[in-house]
Design a protein around this ligand. Structure first.
Ligand SMILES: [Zn+2]
Length: 347
């Protein structure tokens, strides 16, 4: 990655100029960078986690200079209002229009020599962005932007539990993989009042970490024997888990599913794993945690920031490094390390 200076088109109707204060490095950024995501066109400005301050706004906008915002990949909500997704798409012309140019956007940033693509639409690894107001979530002014900027990771985990699975009190939950998304599934399960929250990870250091996020039991498949993972879960739960969240590759997973501990949810499985996983037998309540990209709810983001400020959710222990933006390459290297969780870049 290199840092260059580019020209940025000023905000047009319905758009806002945002100064990014902090940005998180999230897994899809690594996939985009490594070429694992074939949809990416280069040269591109990555970054889809960020938080910043409104500097100016085009006509037809309601956000004011100085207000704090978090950009979303998909415009769903304006100023944190809650609206049904479908209705919003139909009734808000700005949102519908804004949705299209986000991915691989090539008109916002300019360079003399080359076309610059924005991926995945947000380009939060840029000190300034011009963004549709409809794709900005307004957040409270007192929230530290270098913490709440990891919104994608947090929303993905919380949404899986609160939105997708609609977990109920007293549930028995298994979380496979305790990376940042898995940790957020843990804390959402705790919020909802799950009875038993079992974390599964190959890294034993995740035991004490998981406990901070509400995990009640920990299983390392390497310790119990990866072929005995399902048995270990049955030992704890007696009748099996009510909900299984797949948040990362863990040995023994297929065997668990075959034993009927989880149910394939087609919407959740479709993304990236459809080819390898559609053969799973149907059981109950199995969730492949999908990308927040598909949920993109501004009201949810504003709520998450409130929850953090009220001490209901933990973001501090998810952020393992904070670096000046100039060290973005170090950030990308660190993001792949075993004990690294989220890395935040500060401008
Ligand atoms: Zn992300």
């Amino acid at each position: 990655l290199t840092i260059v200076e580019l020209e940025l088109r000023p905000p047009a109707y319905g758009e806002v100029l945002v100064e990014i204060v902090a940005a998180g490095i999230c897994k899809p950024d690594l996939d985009a960078w490594s070429g694992a995501n074939p949809a990416i066109r280069f040269p591109a400005i990555f970054g889809h986690e960020g938080a910043g301050v409104v500097r100016s706004a085009g006509k037809g906008t309601r956000l004011l200079a100085g207000e704090h915002v978090i950009p979303l990949f998909m415009p769903h909500s304006i100023l944190g209002e809650t609206r049904p997704r479908l209705a919003h798409c139909i009734d808000d012309n700005r949102a519908t229009k804004a949705k299209r140019p986000l991915l691989n956007e090539q008109r916002r940033f300019r360079s003399d020599a080359r076309t610059i693509f924005a991926h995945p639409g947000c380009s939060t690894f840029s000190k300034y962005i011009v963004f549709p107001e409809a794709a900005l979530a307004k957040v409270r002014q007192d929230a530290p932007l270098d913490r709440v900027c990891i919104a994608c990771t947090v929303a993905t985990g919380l949404e899986a539990v609160l939105g997708q699975a609609k977990l109920g009190r007293g549930a028995k939950v298994v979380v496979l993989g305790l990376d940042p998304i898995g940790l957020n599934v843990l804390q959402a399960s705790r919020m909802i009042g799950a009875d038993m929250i079992i974390g599964v990870d190959l890294n034993t250091a995740r035991r004490s970490l998981g406990q901070k996020f509400g995990m009640s039991h920990f299983i390392n498949p390497n310790t119990v024997g990866s072929d005995r993972l399902a048995e270990a879960i049955l030992d704890l739960t007696k009748s099996g888990a009510d909900f299984v969240f797949d948040c990362g590759p863990v040995a023994g997973l297929n065997q668990m599913v075959e034993l009927g501990l989880g149910r394939k949810v087609s919407r959740a499985v479709r993304q990236q794993s459809a080819g390898t996983r559609t053969g799973w037998p149907a059981a109950r309540n199995f969730y492949k945690v999908r990308s927040f990209c598909e949920t993109g709810d501004g009201a949810m983001i504003s709520r998450i920031v409130d929850w953090y400020m009220e001490g209901i959710i933990n973001l501090d222990d998810i952020i393992t490094s904070t670096l000046p933006f100039e060290r973005i390459n170090d950030g990308f290297s660190m993001a792949g390390e075993r004990d690294s969780l989220s890395t935040v870049l500060k401008f």
